[in-house]
Design a protein around this ligand. Structure first.
Ligand SMILES: *[C@@H]1O[C@H](CO)[C@@H](O)[C@H](O)[C@H]1NC(C)=O
Length: 235
């Protein structure tokens, strides 16, 4: 998302408010325009405005995608580092208290990899062809290049000692409440989802997905991984 910040005199702002009731609005798809009246304000008021902008940036740390084939379903990813309660999170997911897939980010190349797995899981759920118990376990299973479910969980699920976690939610309603619920449960630092690339263990990923040197030369690691995920049904 691109955020454009516009500072303007208070009188213009009041005129603008009459037309647009919100402080920020999306004029083009994916571009958010925020405007703030700064003139004639105290230093504290200005700081408050700036901190509002900061909150806006924090809330864009997650990534939400609409599924093309299922427009009523959205996939949201959130990434956490320095996680201290992985064991508790894993247990809550097992007990169904957390409605999300908890993924080990070191096995991820890029958020797109998760999106492919989630898209396939939703598709299999709608057609009644899932191989695991729930939509969230199906997402983890779909990440794996083979059909061994327990191995998929071992590699792509989180372990009790992990210090980072990618949380994946599939939802139809607005995500803000769901996100707040997850943030409250994770004892760790939320970072932008794109940072997952810096956590990837490329050697482990190449080994597990059996990426060949030729594939590495002719395309990206992400291409090779997504290809392995896609062809596992026909292998
Ligand atoms: C599946 O994976 C588990 C754990 O890695 C392993 O113990 C088991 O032998 C595997 N099963 C098959 C059928 O390969």
């Amino acid at each position: 998302m691109i955020i454009i910040l516009i500072l303007m005199p208070q009188s213009n702002f009041i005129a603008l408010l009459k037309h647009c009731p919100q402080k920020g609005t999306s004029l083009l798809s994916g571009v958010t325009v925020l405007w703030f009246p700064l003139c004639g304000r105290s230093r504290e008021a200005r700081l408050k405005v700036i901190s509002q902008l900061f909150v806006k940036q924090l809330s864009s740390m997650h990534l939400t995608h609409k599924l093309e084939l299922f427009p009523d379903q959205k996939v949201t990813q959130m990434l956490f580092k320095e996680v201290k309660n992985a064991a508790e999170l894993r247990q809550s997911a097992v007990e169904g208290k957390i409605n999300a897939a908890l993924i080990n980010p070191t096995m991820l190349v890029n958020p797109f990899q998760v999106l492919v797995a989630a898209n396939k899981a939703v598709h299999l759920q709608k057609t009644g062809k899932m191989k695991t118990r729930s939509l969230y376990s199906e997402i983890i299973f779909n990440l794996s290049p083979n059909n061994n479910i327990s191995e998929a969980f071992k590699r792509f699920g989180i372990s009790d000692g992990d210090t980072s976690v990618m949380v994946v939610l599939v939802h139809s309603e607005d995500e803000s409440k769901l996100l707040a619920d997850i943030t409250a449960r994770v004892s760790g630092q939320q970072v932008p989802v794109e940072d997952v690339s810096s956590l990837s263990d490329q050697a482990k990923i190449k080994k597990l997905y059996k990426v060949t040197p030729l594939e590495e030369k002719s395309g990206t690691l992400l291409d090779a991984v997504v290809c392995r995920m896609a062809i596992k049904d026909v292998m």
